[in-house]
Design a protein around this ligand. Structure first.
Ligand code: NOJ
Ligand code: CA
Length: 516
């Protein structure tokens, strides 16, 4: 596994909304470059940039029109290459976002594929039986079909929106004559195309990819058997040419993804992880009595054991698809949540702006296919200057409006305030850097994670160093057994923990990292 991940802390940059450098109202590469020092000072040493390629932007860039060219609104390929260099010179790695499952409907490949005469792209997409206007899909792995948009008579399968036709990686179980087998030359050739795209960007200096909908490539593939085989081949290809390249999957099931050759997989708002019990649906970190931390711990343990030594489980603070954490947690509760995120194994991911508690902005009109996600994608709030320092464009030209709340948080106000959320996140990233026991691959065990109860307690251990993390995000003092007496507290939020005769008491709304 790639060695640089051991102490990696990631920051997700939604390029539209991070920093605009040329006053056109939309973020860009030069803007990101200008803020790399900020990212480094926060204690992050890796970034993931959402898709920044030429696109029709019906889904914010997850509908790629040219995989080899950046979207002009962000800058040129050369600007992106400079971003890689500038990041590397600060010790920051850069992951791009690879969207292998579908293209934009107006990608030249799809235009060719839709033609009535056979050509090199005819079988590059999934075209089902002709003679029907039925857009519905009987297949679990296909969202629907496009009708009436091609010279050829068949219907094209789509992955998400009607603007996202599925590329053809074949079917695990072939039941119809229009379906290609997953090991057919047609399906294989799509994988080779993606490998070529990866090699292109790795050659320009990127450090790997976050892979969109990684589990969904081969259709009707129970257990993702064929999709896993495909990714193992990709990994073999990378190991030969770019062994340090990192692949992080949007899979939501680390046991499957890491066995398919990914270095890391996210816990997400879907999948078996009970991630939504942490910060959102029934937020444990907001003291919600319905939150089931035991179910989370059980799922986590299962994933942890079955992936041990193969790669990492990543827990994100949020992402561009989820309602921001600040919608369900207070700033104080977010401090406890970050203490958890930054002391768990694997690599933490901080969604831009979560480090200052940016809010989910309700009531926005959908932008570029964002729909309910739009409120989590508003401009980064840097300071109290024009447009919160995001852009010098007139306010009406911004990609999305700023959070209109007069008390919206910003970096400038929090940076010098030792009690701020920013300061807590900053202190936690340096704690993580200081203690090898908090490395991505240092040992881990839950010590107390009971159904609908507090505190949450776990241990981290490496090379003779043991740390105990105790978190009580409820409104009552709580306690649990802890055999050995802690020698000191290396980090604390809220009132201090106490230990007596084998019992650890964790006060309401507090957390601590203890050394034993
Ligand atoms: C997952 C991405 O995170 C999301 O933003 C996108 O809409 C879908 N995949 C489709 O590519
Ligand atoms: Ca711009």
């Amino acid at each position: 596994m790639t060695s640089w991940l051991t102490d990696a802390v990631f920051y997700e940059v939604y390029p539209q909304s991070f920093q605009d450098s040329n006053a056109d109202g939309i973020g860009d590469f030069n803007g990101i470059i200008a803020r790399l020092d900020y990212i480094r000072d926060l204690g992050c040493n890796a970034i993931w940039i959402n898709p920044c390629f030429d696109s029709s932007f019906y889904d914010a860039g997850y509908d790629v029109r040219d995989y080899y060219r950046t979207a002009p609104r962000y800058g040129s390929n050369e600007d992106l290459r400079r971003l890689f260099d500038e990041a590397h010179s600060r010790g920051i790695r850069v992951l791009l976002d690879l969207v292998p499952g579908h293209t934009a409907i107006d990608h030249p490949w799809f235009r060719e594929s839709a033609k009535g005469t056979r050509n090199a792209c005819t079988d590059r997409y999934i075209w089902s039986n002709p003679g029907t206007q039925d857009a519905n899909s009987p297949y679990e792995s296909i969202r629907g079909f496009l009708c009436g948009i091609s010279e050829r008579p068949e219907r094209a399968a789509i992955n998400c929106f009607a603007t996202q036709p599925c590329l053809n990686y074949g079917f695990g179980t072939v039941t119809e004559d229009w379906q290609f087998a997953a090991d057919s030359p047609e399906a294989e050739s799509t994988r080779l195309l993606m490998q070529d795209i990866m090699a292109f960007w790795l050659g320009l200096g990127c450090d790997g990819f976050r892979v969109d909908m990684a589990a969904s490539l081969v259709k009707e593939d129970p257990g993702h058997v064929w999709t896993s085989r495909l990714w193992r081949k990709v990994r073999e290809f990378l190991d030969e040419r770019f062994p340090e390249a990192v692949l992080v999957s949007e899979w939501g099931n680390p046991s499957e993804a890491l066995n398919a050759g990914f270095d890391m997989d996210f816990l997400l708002h879907f999948g078996p992880s009970h991630y939504m019990d942490l910060f959102r649906e029934h937020p444990y970190f907001a003291g919600d009595p319905q939150a089931d931390i035991a179910a989370f711990a059980e799922a986590y343990n299962q994933a942890y054991v079955s992936t041990h030594g193969k790669g990492y489980i990543c827990i994100p603070s949020g992402n561009h698809d989820m309602i921001r954490m600040r919608d369900t947690l207070s700033e104080e509760q977010m401090k406890l949540a970050f203490l958890f995120l930054l002391t768990m194994p694997g690599c933490p991911f901080i969604y831009y702006g979560d480090e200052i508690g940016m809010r989910y902005v309700h009531g926005l009109v959908s932008k570029e296919g964002g729909y309910e996600r739009t409120g989590s994608r508003t401009p980064m709030q840097w300071d109290d200057s024009t447009n919160a320092g995001f852009s010098a464009a007139p306010a009406e030209d911004l990609y999305l409006p700023l959070d209109p709340d007069v008390s919206r948080p910003c970096v400038a106000a929090q940076r010098d305030d030792p009690r701020s959320l920013y300061a807590t996140v900053r202190a936690l990233t340096s704690l993580r850097g200081e203690f090898p026991a908090l490395d991505a691959d240092a040992d881990f065990a839950f010590l107390h994670a009971e159904s609908h109860a507090y505190p949450l307690v776990y241990s981290r251990h490496r090379d003779g160093q043991t740390l105990i993390v105790a978190i009580n995000s409820s409104a009552q003092d709580t306690s649990c057994t802890l055999d050995s007496q802690p020698s000191d507290t290396v980090f604390a939020l809220g009132a201090p923990c106490t230990w007596q005769d084998g019992t650890l008491t964790v006060p309401a709304a507090s957390a601590a990292v203890l050394r034993v």
